[in-house]
Design a binder for this molecule. Sequence first.
Ligand SMILES: [Zn+2]
Length: 126
Amino acid sequence: MESTCPVCKEEEEDREHYEYGCKEMEKLRRRIAERIGRENGQISREEWGLEVEGMETETAITIAKVRWIYHCVRCSIDNGKKKRMNIDLVIQKLDRRLTVLNTIDVEASKKKTAEASKKAAVQLQQ
Ligand SMILES: [Zn+2]
């Protein structure tokens, strides 16, 4: 199945695009990088995938949560419930979720994100 990415509406959405490549996601990622104090404005692919050992808990929670929110926004656009991603709203949602910060959430968020990308991978391969 080849389909255009619902978020940027420009490129074909393959696994790589879904996981890291989308330029709309890149804009969001830069905002997150700023938030966590990255001077170069970058979050690596491994960090974004939460594959780095010994990551700071707060960074891991932030990435896990923002990826989950992104996933939900992507699905809403895909289902026609939203027209596009509003990055400010995503950040607001993230802020709200981080105020109820709970470290146990990291594993749950990680799991959710992993499941979501597995599902997406299956769909994208069909
Ligand atoms: Zn895209």
